[in-house]
Design a protein around this ligand. Structure first.
Ligand code: ZN
Length: 157
């Protein structure tokens, strides 16, 4: 078993994330922007190309400010990064260092996501969560899910 170098001791700055100690964590952390992340940009581009319009981004009037909201249809979409939102499909392991920090951080993220969805559903919104890995796997299929939600009558076409 490898001995941990001293440099990997816990280092938490206030409430912020610890300094990433490996490239994977570092990469994930760089992608932690709440707005206009790359998957979100790709998704919006794909929506546009599919001719889907009429959505608002991070609409403040909807509970939880969903990434994408169709106000007239009360449909909300969250585009979740697998690392930060703890994707059930990917089931990523905790970063090796500062596990306590990450554990509580992720628990807060998951709780917040759940609250947002519940708040929306309480106001009769329909909520769709699309994971980053699903987008990577088949973006077209995710756009199709949105289309079906928007137009339930064309479901079987
Ligand atoms: Zn995933």
């Amino acid at each position: 078993m490898a001995v941990k170098p001293k440099s990997q001791s816990t280092y938490v700055r206030d409430n912020r994330s610890p300094i990433p100690l490996n490239e994977t964590v570092s990469k994930y952390m760089r992608s932690n922007k709440s707005k206009n992340t790359k998957p979100e940009m790709l998704f919006r581009k794909a929506l546009w190309q599919a001719g889907i319009r009429g959505y608002r981004l991070h609409w403040k009037k909807a509970p939880g400010k969903p990434d994408i909201a169709f106000p007239s249809k009360k449909i909300a979409i969250f585009l979740n990064g697998c690392f930060w939102h703890r994707c059930p499909n990917c089931n990523l392991s905790l970063p090796k260092n500062n596990q306590e920090f990450w554990q509580s951080k992720f628990e807060r993220n998951i709780a917040r996501d759940k609250e947002k969805i519940e708040a929306l559903e309480n106001e009769n919104w329909e909520v769709l969560v699309i994971w980053e890995c699903e987008m990577k796997e088949d973006l077209g299929q995710q756009i199709e899910k949105v289309r079906r939600l928007l137009n339930p009558t064309i479901q079987n076409k």
